[in-house]
Design a protein around this ligand. Structure first.
Ligand SMILES: [Zn+2]
Length: 229
């Protein structure tokens, strides 16, 4: 299992790109999130044709803003590659409605499938933005598990949901992080994340590393070249 990030910034941190990653799990390359900076970056890196599945955490523009373009591109340039959007059943219609704004009939251009059994959703509805459907996801292969938080303001909730899964083996958490106390209504405040550093390896993303306070103990994805494309 492997994770490499396409971008590590938040919505406004354009120097770092919108947070997005390709997770290789059970032999499949899963693109997680496709914000407005992601399609151009995938093209520059020649990664579009490596993607097997597309997975979205929520429908803010910095997570889904170039999803429609990616689907069109795959349809027109790689028609032989079937690259489904995978999603929890409950989220599929919302994705279809969203894509229909630009594609009119998105089912003509892509397919939607339930999550494969090696990806478990964590339903984080209302924990990032009022009344918004959001998800974290857990990817499992052998005895290794990658937890990808998506955007969530409640670290405690996410950790408790992970515990409920009774995962055996090694767990590593990739979590959105903010250094601004006012932003903790939407994202994980670094001091709240630090409370779990003794239990799990945690890597922060969805932030501007230049804003990282000196006392912050959360290592950032952007600081580790092995985690970046
Ligand atoms: Zn968001």
């Amino acid at each position: 299992m492997n994770i490499r990030f396409i971008g590590t910034g938040g919505a406004f941190d354009i120097d770092y790109g919108n947070s997005s990653a390709i997770i290789t799990c059970q032999g499949k390359n899963i693109l997680i999130d496709c914000g407005h900076t992601v399609f151009p970056k995938l093209m520059q890196l020649n990664l579009v044709q490596t993607i097997d599945y597309i997975l979205i955490t929520h429908l803010h523009d910095d997570h889904a803003g170039s999803l429609s373009t990616l689907i069109f591109y795959l349809y027109f340039f790689f028609p032989q590659r079937k690259v489904p959007v995978i999603a929890p059943q409950k989220f599929q219609q919302e994705l279809i409605n969203f894509l229909n704004f630009s594609q009119k009939n998105t089912l003509q251009f892509t397919t939607f499938e339930d999550l494969p059994d090696f990806i478990q959703p964590i339903d984080t509805f209302n924990r990032h933005y009022p009344d918004m459907q959001t998800y974290g996801y857990v990817f499992s292969e052998s005895n290794k598990h990658i937890v990808y938080s998506g955007d969530i303001n409640d670290v405690h909730f996410l950790v408790e949901e992970v515990k409920k899964l009774n995962l055996d083996g090694e767990i590593i958490i990739f979590h959105d992080v903010t250094f601004n106390e006012l932003a903790k209504i939407s994202h994980a405040y670094y001091k709240d994340l630090e409370l779990y550093l003794h239990e799990y390896p945690i890597w922060g993303y969805h932030c501007n590393p230049k804003m990282k306070p000196k006392d912050c103990k959360i290592p950032l994805v952007v600081e580790n070249p092995n985690l970046l494309f």
